[in-house]
Design a protein around this ligand. Structure first.
Ligand code: MTE
Ligand code: MO
Length: 507
C-alpha cells in the first residue's frame, strides 16, 4: 500500500488539509494571514521592481492568480517531498512541514500591520497538516515496519480504510477551503449607506462617444470594469461602524473621524480620471468615474497642518503606505477622501470605505485605498512603500493617448470607418489629438464631450481604409500646444512616455 508515489500524495493531502484549515481560521480572523496568501504577499514585497514591472506588463491583472498559483505549487512540491521523507522517518517528514508552516507564520507576522493573532492560521495549518500526515503514515505502515499498520497490510479492510481516510481528508480540505472563502466574503460585505446630497455637485456628465463610435472606452467606466492595481492578494475586511480615519504628525491637534463624521461633512462630487504609473503605452490601467467625498483640505483644516510637513503619508488598514506631496494635494485641485464612485459606495476592490483621490497624480502617490491614517511628515523623515522601491515621489500624470479601435493586429473591413480612443493629461489640459496613418501627415482628431480638466477625453477620426496592412499612430497635444513626445520611457520610475503605434490589416 506504500510506494514513493502514495507517500508523496499523503504529503500533499495532509498539507492541503492543513492549508484549508488555516484558510478558514484566517477568514475568521484576518484573511490576509492565510498561509499561502501571507507567503505570496511577502514574495510581492520582496520582488525587485523590474521583475514586478515585467509581471504587471506581461500578466496584467492575472499577475495575482499566477503568483498565488506559483506559491501554491511550490508548497505542494515541498509537501510531496515531506511525504516521501516519511519513508525514512515520520519526524523528518513532519519537520519539513513544520518548516513550511514556520515560513508562512514568519510571512504573516512580518506584514506591516501584523498582530500576534496572525500567526494562528499558520499554527492551525501546521498542527492539522502534521497530524494528518502521521495518521496517513500510521494507517498504511512504514516500510521498515517500525510503524505497524493498524490492520493487516495489504488486506481488503486496510485498503478500504486507507481509501476512506484519504477520501475524507480530501473532502475535508475542499469543505474547509470553500467555507473559508464564504466566510471571508460574508464578513467583508459592504454595508450600504445613504449617500447625502453633495454640497458641491458635479455637472451632469454629457453622453460619450461610445454609443456612436463603438469600441471607444466608455466615457464613464462602470465600477465593475474600473482598472485595479494594488499589492493585496485578499480584500480587507472592514467594519464601517468601527473604521476610523486619523490625521496625525505635524498637526495642531490629532483628529480622528468616524465614517458618520465624514457623512456629516460637506460632500463634493467630481469627475476624475485615475491612472496607474505602471500603465504602458496603449495600456489598460486608466479609468474614469464620478467620485464623491470630502475635500482633503476640509479634513486637514480640522487638524491644522504645521509648517514642517512636505508630504502626507497615508496608511491603509494593513499598514501599506502611500506618500503624496502636500503642496500639490492642497493647491486648490479637487483632492478628496472619496467614499463613493459612480454614486455607489466604493467597491471593496477600490478602497471601501474610503480612499484618497488627487486629480493629476498617478495612483501610487495619491490614491491610497482602505485609508485609515494621514500623517503629516517630511520625505526626509519617512518614506512610503513605493518610494523605498525607487519610484519618484513627485509624479504628475504624463500626457498620453490611446487607440481603442481598431485593435492592434486586428482585421478591419475596407471602406469608410473610424479610428478612435481616449487621451488624458489630468489637471494640466489637452488641446487636441492627432492621428497618422502609415507615417503620413498628422491629422486632427475630433474630440468627444468635455468632462472637465481632470477627466479624459474621447476622440475619433474618420478613415477610408484601403486593403492591406496599415500602421496607425496617435499623439495628444497638451494645453500649450506641445505634442506628446515620441521618446520612449518605461513606466519606472515616474510613468511611461512615447507614442502608440499599431498595425492593422484591412480586408
Ligand atoms: N492601500 C493601497 N492603496 C493603493 C494601492 C495599494 O497597493 N494599496 N495601489 C495604488 C495604485 S498603484 C493605484 S494606480 C491606485 C489604483 O486604484 P484602483 O485600483 O481603484 O484603480 O490605487 C493606489 N492605492
Ligand atoms: Mo499604480
Amino acid at each position: 500500500m506504500r510506494t514513493r508515489l502514495t507517500d508523496a500524495l499523503y504529503g500533499v493531502l495532509a498539507t492541503l488539509l492543513g492549508v484549508a484549515a488555516g484558510h478558514l481560521v484566517a477568514a475568521l480572523t484576518d484573511p490576509a494571514s492565510s498561509p499561502v496568501l501571507a507567503v505570496g504577499s511577502t514574495v510581492i514585497d520582496l520582488t525587485p521592481t523590474p521583475v514586478k514591472e515585467w509581471a504587471v506588463q506581461h500578466f496584467g491583472t492575472r499577475d495575482k492568480p499566477i503568483l498565488i498559483g506559483s506559491v501554491f505549487v511550490g508548497v505542494l512540491v515541498l509537501a510531496a517531498v515531506a511525504g516521501m521523507l516519511t519513508r525514512r522517518s515520520r519526524a523528518a517528514g513532519s519537520a519539513l512541514l513544520v518548516l513550511l508552516v514556520g515560513l508562512a507564520a514568519a510571512a504573516a507576522l512580518t506584514r506591516p500591520a501584523a498582530t500576534a493573532s496572525d500567526v494562528l492560521p499558520a499554527l492551525v495549518a501546521g498542527v492539522v497538516g502534521v497530524v494528518a500526515l502521521w495518521w496517513l503514515v500510521r494507517l498504511t505502515g512504514s516500510r521498515d515496519g517500525r510503524d505497524r499498520p493498524r490492520r493487516p497490510a495489504g488486506g481488503a479492510t486496510s485498503r478500504r480504510a486507507v481509501l476512506l481516510t484519504v477520501g475524507a481528508m480530501a473532502a475535508g480540505a475542499v469543505v474547509l477551503g470553500a467555507a473559508g472563502r464564504q466566510v471571508a466574503r460574508a464578513r467583508g460585505a459592504i454595508k450600504d449607506f445613504a449617500l447625502p446630497r453633495p454640497a458641491s455637485p458635479a455637472q451632469p456628465l454629457p453622453q460619450g462617444l461610445e454609443a456612436e463610435y463603438p469600441g471607444i472606452a466608455p466615457f464613464r467606466t462602470p465600477n465593475a470594469d474600473f482598472y485595479r492595481v494594488d499589492t493585496r492578494l485578499t480584500l480587507p475586511v472592514i467594519d464601517l461602524d468601527t473604521w476610523t480615519l486619523t490625521i496625525d504628525g505635524d498637526v495642531d491637534d490629532e483628529v480622528t473621524f468616524t465614517f458618520d463624521d465624514l457623512l456629516g461633512m460637506d460632500l463634493v462630487e467630481r469627475d476624475i480620471t485615475l491612472t496607474c504609473v505602471s500603465n504602458d503605452i496603449g495600456g489598460p490601467y486608466v479609468s474614469a468615474t464620478r467620485f464623491t467625498g470630502i475635500r482633503l483640505t476640509d479634513l486637514l483644516d480640522r487638524a491644522g497642518v504645521g509648517t514642517r510637513a512636505d508630504q502626507i503619508l497615508s496608511t491603509d488598514v494593513d499598514g501599506m503606505t502611500i506618500s503624496t506631496p502636500l503642496d500639490l494635494a492642497t493647491d486648490g485641485r479637487d483632492a478628496m477622501i472619496a467614499i463613493a464612485m459612480d454614486g455607489k459606495p466604493l467597491p471593496r476592490e477600490h478602497g471601501y470605505p474610503a480612499r484618497m483621490v488627487v486629480p493629476g497624480l498617478y495612483g501610487y502617490v495619491s490614491a491610497c485605498k482602505w485609508i485609515t491614517r494621514m500623517t503629516l511628515t517630511t520625505y526626509a523623515e519617512k518614506s512610503a512603500y513605493w518610494t523605498e522601491r525607487g519610484w519618484k515621489t513627485d509624479a504628475p500624470i504624463k500626457l498620453m493617448s490611446r487607440i481603442d479601435t481598431p485593435k492592434a493586429l486586428g482585421k478591419v473591413k475596407a471602406g469608410k470607418t473610424f479610428i478612435g480612443g481616449v487621451a488624458w493629461h489630468q489637471h494640466q489640459g489637452l488641446a487636441g489629438v492627432q492621428v497618422r496613418v502609415d507615417g503620413g501627415a498628422w491629422r486632427d482628431a475630433t474630440f468627444g464631450p468635455d468632462g472637465g480638466n481632470d477627466y479624459w477625453r474621447q476622440w475619433y477620426v474618420d478613415w477610408d481604409a484601403t486593403p492591406g496592412q496599415h500602421t496607425l499612430a496617435v499623439r495628444a497635444i497638451d494645453a500649450d500646444g506641445t505634442p506628446q513626445t515620441a521618446a520612449r520611457a518605461t513606466p519606472f520610475p515616474d510613468g511611461a512616455t512615447g507614442v502608440q503605434s499599431i498595425v492593422v490589416t484591412v480586408v
